[in-house]
Design a binder for this molecule. Structure first.
Ligand code: ZN
Ligand code: ZN
Length: 242
């Protein structure tokens, strides 16, 4: 189901099966042709996500770009399905993960060899499936105009090297990817390109932002009043990341 977060932000919850599936967020005015999708989901979830959008009257024709919070399989797995149906759509990724995608190096996508063999036993994934042209490489710090809404790119490495969050400073909304979730959880930091030291710094950066609405890519979203929860989560985890 497509649900409204607030004006100009919709979301479709991930549908977890034996592997997690990321939520997607849709930014912009649904009557415009300047929509942005954040993340896609796990392999073979394209039909589900695109079907939900269609039921809500949103066509891929209206989507200008897909921004990846990072390139783990549960987020990028069905990007190919989106692009097959919307070849005009641009892909924006942080530069530190863009290089991997462009070279078809899927080590970040799978995270580790154990996940890779598990996934390959469940899905048939052709060679080059995770090789993509990246239209815009994000650095962190830039302010993106996404259909009239301003989001600042916050580079938050740690869960993966090119993880980003998107921050609407005016409305205190933070799309956190897998770096921090609701209810005290943070992203894992044991997969390829992860780094607990960097994650610690990233969490400190997040704790300094004023955040009312927390939009992670898994589990519950928090509409309003997220600030104290985030600060408590960061305080809880910092000693463990030293
Ligand atoms: Zn992840
Ligand atoms: Zn994830």
């Amino acid at each position: 189901m497509v649900d409204k977060v607030t004006d100009g932000i919709l979301w479709v919850a991930g549908r977890d099966r034996f592997m997690p599936d990321s939520h997607i967020y849709i930014l912009g005015d649904v009557n415009s042709n300047d929509l942005t999708i954040i993340d896609c989901g796990i392999v073979e979830m394209g039909d589900y996500k695109l079907g939900e959008l269609e039921n809500h009257g949103i066509s891929l024709e209206q989507v200008k770009r897909i921004i990846m919070t990072h390139t783990h399989l549960d987020h990028i797995g069905c990007l190919r399905e989106f692009l097959d149906k919307g070849p005009h759509i641009q892909v924006w990724v942080h530069k530190d993960e863009a290089t991997y995608l462009e070279q078809g190096d899927d080590r970040i996508v799978f995270g580790n060899k154990m996940f890779e063999s598990m996934i390959r036993s469940q899905y048939s994934i052709p060679a080059g499936f995770f090789q993509f042209k990246v239209d815009r490489k994000l650095a962190g710090g830039e302010i993106l105009d996404l259909g009239g809404q301003q989001f600042k790119v916050i580079h938050v490495p740690g869960h993966s090297i090119g993880s980003i969050g998107l921050y609407d400073e005016a409305r205190k909304i933070f799309i956190s990817g897998d770096t921090i979730y609701a209810d005290g959880a943070i992203g894992r930091y044991d997969l390829f390109s992860a780094d607990p030291d960097k994650l610690k710094e990233s969490l400190e950066i997040i704790a300094d932002l004023k955040i009312d609405t927390l939009l992670p890519c898994h589990n519950r979203i928090v509409k309003g009043g997220a600030d104290q929860m985030i600060k408590n989560t960061v305080q809880h985890w910092l000693p463990m990341l030293r």
